[in-house]
Design a protein around this ligand. Structure first.
Ligand SMILES: [Zn+2]
Length: 173
């Protein structure tokens, strides 16, 4: 699968991309932004998926900004892990435009890592969902967030200008 986000994509390519995004759990608002399909066309994507027997996950969250997503150092560590994976997979281009294929891969890796942590059973902190991942990627693309390198521990971390927590490295805390 090769997902492109260019104005020259054919209707079929955008339709396939919308289908893949719906299966991955993106909300329709984001699918609309990324594929430039109309609301009516997206409804058709969902209808075909239903006819094909797909049971789509219930969308738990809507669009959230960095202010809501990053409230403390734990959520900042999560954002750093997720966005570092995304940056490693997508490369420098993700600072200019969102790469859905790289984001979906990074989110899957992040989610698998999260699921492996035993303490997760305590549900102290719910992981980001794929919509959150897109919101963070959108902040990175629009220069509202950046990946910084800590001078003390040498870890890379994600920091947003909208976050409601300290700008310092979350790993040194
Ligand atoms: Zn540090």
């Amino acid at each position: 699968m090769n997902i492109k986000n260019t104005g020259s994509s054919s209707y079929l390519e955008r339709f396939i991309m919308a289908r893949e995004m719906a299966i991955s759990g993106y909300i329709s608002k984001i699918i609309t932004i990324e594929t430039k399909l109309t609301y009516k066309q997206i409804r058709r994507v969902y209808r075909y998926l239903k006819e094909d027997g797909y049971i789509l996950k219930k969308k738990s969250r809507a669009y959230r900004s960095g202010a809501t997503l990053i409230r403390n150092y734990i959520s900042k560590i999560h954002a750093s892990l997720l966005m570092q994976l995304y940056y490693n997979i997508g490369g420098k281009k993700v600072l200019v435009s969102i790469n859905i294929e790289a984001l979906t891969k990074a989110f899957t890796l992040y989610y698998n890592i999260y699921s492996e942590i035993p303490e997760v059973d305590n549900k102290k902190w719910l992981p980001f969902d794929i919509t959150d991942a897109w919101c963070l990627a959108d902040e990175l693309r629009s220069n509202n967030a950046m990946i910084e390198n800590c001078n003390i521990c040498n870890c890379s971390y994600f920091t947003s200008i909208n976050q409601s927590t300290s700008v310092d490295c979350p790993f040194c805390k």
